[in-house]
Design a protein around this ligand. Structure first.
Ligand code: ZN
Ligand code: ZN
Ligand code: ZN
Length: 259
């Protein structure tokens, strides 16, 4: 299984508009963060998780040219705003709709933002088409399983995902945009081979885990390699990563994790 981190940033991205701080003006490419999103390749199945406002640019940058199914973790703008860019993937499959798995909140947001895409086939060749489907607790696919769990994220819930590849038996966890991990989320992730967790910033936040909270939550998982994502301009990559405990790292745009 391969995980491509398309974006590792929070809702404003880094650099932020109108900010001249050391991180926003850094020359280290790991401090340049588009909005959070990943692309998972599991035994040849291409799963896209979330659509950042930069989705098209992220796909061009990382050479993503295939998409089999799409999971929207929740309906916040930094995760849903790029969904119109999925039109190209519909076009590549002859206009057939892309199956979009999400929560009730996520599905309602998609249908209100993209009413023209609520159909089984693109209205006109080149238009997007989405088939909305409630994310099941367990999605059984020929290439493996995608398990999901609900994570608290302020006023709404987020879908946490655990990918299990059939051929290798490897498991990968993606828990972004959450204030804490539930007992169920911890149990589901325990002993996985790699994980990416929400670690917004050093300071506490009402709807995201701070770096410290993410490390504390990560220790419960028994996962050897854990990357933190959804980072702000308050995190300087090299400086903060050197302070993290063993086994914890910071995600960055373009990071590829072989699980
Ligand atoms: Zn800044
Ligand atoms: Zn969010
Ligand atoms: Zn977000």
């Amino acid at each position: 299984m391969e995980v491509i981190v398309l974006g590792s940033g929070t809702s404003q991205g880094v650099p932020m508009i109108g900010c001249s701080c050391a991180v926003c003006t850094s020359r280290d490419p790991r401090n340049r963060r588009t909005r959070a999103s990943i692309h998972v390749v599991m035994d040849g199945l291409h799963v896209q998780v979330d659509a950042a406002p930069e989705l098209r640019l992220q796909c061009l940058r990382e050479g993503v040219d295939c998409l089999d199914l799409f999971v929207l973790t929740h309906g916040h703008a930094d995760h849903v705003a790029g969904m119109d860019d999925l039109r190209r993937f519909c076009d590549l499959r002859g206009g057939d709709a892309i199956t979009v798995y999400s929560t009730q909140e996520g599905m309602a947001r998609v249908s209100s933002m993209f009413p023209y895409a609520m159909r089984d086939r693109a209205a006109i060749r080149g238009y997007p088409a989405f088939r909305l489907t409630a994310m099941p607790g367990e999605l059984e696919l020929p290439q493996g399983k995608i398990r999901s769990t609900i994570l608290p994220h302020g006023d709404i819930d987020t879908i946490g995902l655990v990918f299990a590849e059939r051929s290798s038996g490897k498991r990968f966890v993606y828990y972004t945009d959450c204030k804490r991990l539930t007992d169920e989320a911890v149990a589901l992730a325990r002993g996985a081979d790699a994980a990416i967790l929400d670690g917004l910033r050093p300071q506490p936040h009402p709807s995201h885990m701070s770096i410290g909270e993410a490390v504390e939550a990560g220790r419960l998982l028994g996962v050897g390699r854990i990357w933190l994502t959804h980072l702000t301009h308050l995190t300087e990559h090299a400086a903060l990563e050197s302070e993290l405990p063993e086994g914890f790292m910071l995600a960055y745009d373009g990071l590829r994790i072989v699980v």
